[in-house]
Design a protein around this ligand. Structure first.
Ligand code: SAJ
Length: 426
C-alpha cells in the first residue's frame, strides 16, 4: 500500500462530527458505537417518530443492549437525531436497498441520501456506504456527487489529490449480536481509490477490534453479496436435503448429524424457508448483475423460497384427515429469539394456512405483544399462550426455534401430529 499522510486522522474523536443516514438495524448501532467513542454523531432519518424516540433516549428496534448504549450517548449529548441533514466531517449511508418487481435492485434510497449530502460537502469530507448494495453503487455515488459538485476534484482509481473520499464498508452484523459483531468482526473497505479506502479504514479502526481489509469498491460490494449468497446456497442444500429425506422416509436430522461427522462436511439446518432482510434479498443482486451465469445462486433462492409452500401442503394434507382441526403455530419471526418479521417464512406459512381456512389456528409468538395486522382480524386466527396452544391443538407446527419452545414437555406432544420444521424436538 502506498504511504499515506492520513494516519490518526480520527485520533481525536471529540473534534469530528459524523452524520449517519438511516437509523435502522444497521445505522442506529453504528451511530451509537461512534457516539460512545466520543464522536459527535448526528443521526438522520426520514421518519419523524424514529427521530423522536431516539432523542428521548429510547430505541425502536429490539436488539440486545442497544437501548442502553443509545440512552447513554443521548444523555452525554454525543448523539442526536434529526430530519434535516447538517454539515459533518463524515457521512455514513445506512439506508435500505430493497428490490422491486422481478428482483431488480432498488438503490433510490442511496441516491436520495447522496443528493441530500452533496450540497453539504466540504473539502476532506468522507462518505461511506454501509448498506449492502448492488455492484457499482459506490461508483454511482461518485457520479452523483461529481454532477452536483463540479467545484470538487473527485477521487479516481489513481489520483491521490482528491477533495473528498468515497468508500464502501458493507455491514456484516448478525441481528441479535449486533453490538458485539460491530466491534469484533473483520471489515472489508473498498475505496474509489486506495486513499479513500485507507481514509475510511482510519475511522473504523477507532471502534473495530477485528482486522480491516482494504480493496476497491466493486470488490467490497461483491464480497458482501457473496457472503450472504454463500449462506443462502448452503441453507438451500439443507432444505433440499430435507425434502429428499421426506420423500425417502429418512430422518433428515439424523442424516445431517451423521454426515457432519466427516471432517470436511458441515451441512446447515433445514427450516421453513429463509427470511430476514438480507439473505433472502442480496443473492438477487448477484443474479441481476450476471443473470446467465449465476445459476447456483438463483436455484438456491428458488429452493429456499419454495420451502414455505412445501410445509403448507404437508400441513394441509394432515389437516384434511381431521374433523375441525385445531393447529398450533409456534413462532412468527424470521429466526429465533427476535421480533423481526421481515420476509419471515413462518409468518408467510401462517398467512397461507389462514387464507386456505385449513382449521382453527392458535398462534404463539412470545416476542410480539400482538399479531401483525394481516393476521389480527382473521376469523380463524387467535394469539394464545404456549401451554394453551399445545394443549388444545390436534396439529402442532413448530416454525421458529425460540428458546421457550425448546422447553416444551415432549409427553404433551405425543398424542399430537407434529411438524418440527427446525428439528428442536428430534
Ligand atoms: N437459516 C436456516 N438454516 C440455517 C441458518 C439460517 O434456515 O442453518 C435461516 C434463518 O432461520 C433465517 C435466515 O436463514 O430465516 C437468515 O438467518 P441468518 O441467521 O443466517 O442471517 P441474517 O439474515 O440474520 O444475517 C445475515 C448474516 N450473514 C451471514 O451470516 C453471511 C449477517 O452477518 C449479515 O450482516 C446480515 O445477513 C446482513 O445484514 O446482510
Amino acid at each position: 500500500m502506498p504511504k499515506l499522510d492520513i494516519q490518526n486522522v480520527f485520533a481525536e474523536p471529540s473534534t469530528k462530527r459524523i452524520s449517519v443516514f438511516g437509523l435502522g438495524y444497521v445505522g442506529l448501532p453504528v451511530a451509537a458505537a461512534l457516539a460512545s467513542r466520543g464522536f459527535e454523531v448526528i443521526g438522520v432519518d426520514i421518519n419523524a417518530s424514529i427521530v423522536d424516540v431516539i432523542n428521548s433516549g429510547h430505541v425502536h428496534i429490539v436488539e440486545p443492549d442497544l437501548d442502553m448504549v443509545v440512552q447513554a450517548a443521548v444523555a452525554a449529548g454525543k448523539l442526536r437525531a434529526v430530519l434535516e441533514p447538517e454539515p459533518a466531517d463524515v457521512f455514513i449511508i445506512a439506508v435500505p436497498t430493497p428490490f422491486y418487481g422481478d428482483h431488480c435492485p432498488d438503490i433510490s434510497y442511496v441516491r436520495d441520501a447522496t443528493n441530500a449530502i452533496a450540497p453539504l460537502l466540504q473539502k476532506n469530507n468522507l462518505i461511506i456506504l454501509e448498506s449492502t448494495s448492488p455492484i457499482g453503487t459506490t461508483e454511482n455515488i461518485h457520479g452523483w456527487i461529481a454532477e452536483r459538485r463540479p467545484d470538487f476534484v473527485m477521487p479516481d482509481a489513481e489520483g491521490e489529490s482528491a477533495d473528498i473520499h468515497i468508500a464502501h464498508c458493507p455491514e456484516r452484523v448478525l441481528p441479535g449480536r449486533v453490538l458485539r459483531e460491530l466491534v469484533d468482526n473483520d471489515r472489508i473497505i473498498g475505496g474509489i481509490s486506495i486513499r479513500c479506502a485507507a481514509y475510511a479504514g482510519e475511522l473504523y479502526r477507532t471502534f473495530v477490534r477485528g482486522e480491516i481489509h482494504l480493496t476497491n469498491a466493486r470488490t467490497a460490494e461483491l464480497a458482501k453479496l457473496a457472503e450472504n449468497a454463500y449462506r443462502d446456497v448452503n441453507i438451500a442444500f439443507a432444505n433440499e436435503m430435507s425434502v429428499i429425506c421426506d420423500r425417502l422416509g429418512i430422518n433428515v436430522w439424523e442424516l445431517i448429524d451423521l454426515a457432519n461427522k466427516h471432517p470436511r462436511v458441515q451441512i446447515l439446518s433445514p427450516g421453513p424457508g429463509v427470511g430476514g432482510h438480507c439473505i433472502a434479498i442480496d443473492p438477487w443482486f448477484i443474479v441481476a448483475a450476471a443473470p446467465e451465469v449465476a445459476r447456483v445462486i438463483r436455484a438456491a433462492r428458488e429452493v429456499n423460497d419454495e420451502k414455505p409452500t412445501y410445509i403448507v401442503e404437508r400441513v394441509k394434507s394432515a389437516a384434511a384427515r381431521l374433523r375441525e382441526p385445531v393447529i398450533a403455530c409456534l413462532g412468527l419471526s424470521y429466526k429465533a429469539d427476535i421480533d423481526d418479521l421481515r420476509a419471515s417464512p413462518a409468518l408467510h406459512i401462517v398467512q397461507m394456512l389462514a387464507d386456505a381456512q385449513v382449521g382453527e389456528m392458535l398462534v404463539v409468538e412470545p416476542n410480539l405483544k400482538q399479531l401483525p395486522a394481516s393476521l389480527r382480524d382473521h376469523k380463524h386466527v387467535r394469539q394464545v399462550e404456549l401451554r394453551r396452544a399445545v394443549t388444545d391443538a390436534d396439529i402442532v407446527l413448530l416454525l421458529v426455534d425460540h428458546r421457550q419452545f425448546k422447553r416444551i414437555d415432549r409427553e404433551t406432544l405425543k398424542p399430537k401430529i407434529t411438524f418440527d420444521t427446525r428439528g428442536i424436538w428430534r
